[in-house]
Design a protein. Sequence first.
Length: 474
Amino acid sequence: MASEAYRVPRQADASDLSPLCGPPEVPRQADASDVSRRAEALGASRRPDPQPGSPRHGPPRAAEPLDHTVLKSLLGAWALAACSAEETAAVEAHLTDCAPCADEALRLRDAVGLLHSDDSLDLDPELRAQVLEGCLESRPARIPLPTWAAPFDAETARLDALLRDMAAEEWRAPVRLRWFDGRRETDRETTVAGILGHLLAVDGLVAAGLGLPDPLPAGALRVEHDAGPQTRTELYWALDRAAPHTPAARRPWREQSHAMIRDVSFLTAADAEGPEAGIGTTDTARTADAAHTADAADTAHTADTGDTGAGSRLVSYGGFSLPLPDAFLDRAFECWMHAQDIAEAVDYPYGPPVAAHLTPLVDLAARQLPGALAARRRAGLAPPPRGLAPAGAPGRTLHLEVEGEGGGDWYLPLDSPGARAGPEETVAHVALDSLEFCQLAAGHVPPLEAAAGQDGDRDAIRDVLFAAASLSRM
């Protein structure tokens, strides 16, 4: 191996040591002139030397503009908001003149949203509907689900997904039920399992209308055979008091909702194709379900006309009745609202239904307003109408404008539910967001704080807002 060169320091001689020899020199005391000279020297040393070729006097030269290559290399940092103010201004000025860079900047900005999102990690609620729609396009369902039952199917599935993700201890979390009793807001505290018991008991009204077993024992209703939602809930809670509030409470509710969806699908298919629809298939399970649905048709509530079509069947809620399609929409609405109650109790994000399902839910609430207003007047909770209009005759009208997804315009008769409402008779106009309108109809928003825009007869507006809140119940 080659030897490395190295330098041997020489030994110091006398000439090197001469400055160190002899008596030390005593420094003289500095005078004023020395201090002044040192200050000037220090100031001069602190001033930066000018750049070669630059003038020693005058304003600083402006920075040269960045070329296209440099600006293009800054697009990624600009999309991440990591540029300085000067670089940001230069990039944005360049984007107005360079179309390729502008397109690239838009793509990078979209990509940034995929790197980090503030949204929930849950799947998009529209994803389920999109997947099902794609599947049904390629292979249509043999027994299709009625369009008016689709919101109930989707909302029960969303709630079921939430329940599956919950820990066992969260099932005992206190949940506050809120509604409007006609005069004021009221609430009731229960648990997650209590909410499911409430949904099970009230959904049982629709299930019984389809011929399914009532979740309440026959002996529990020997006095209140036509009990409404609140009475049924109280009875179920009393019977279920000893049951543990565990995830096991989910099973009977989910089994009942599945059975309701199955039976109403066979029922509407039978209406469309004849009494033998669905029977004779090679699928024995479908045959049994169709036969069960045919038997259930004999026990379901029907309209006074005797028509056995699914759309004309009535479901009794105790003090009132709803057609079967509206009853399914009502149960979808309640499932959504109570799922929000549960999600709020366990601090979990929960969004609204997809737009295609939100639209019929908003429409149901809007269509019920004239009847709710008339019921409040009969109960003495609202002033009498200014004049009764004959059925079909034009009368005073309120224009309800619901904005956002699922929204629309409704013209509501004010003096009589049977009067004809129209734009030409409008005396008041109310505008609300669709989600706020649903919260009002659920009794979660004070009536006088709900409307975003009001114009016209203030008394009519107040009556309709209170009627909307009165749609809520336990």
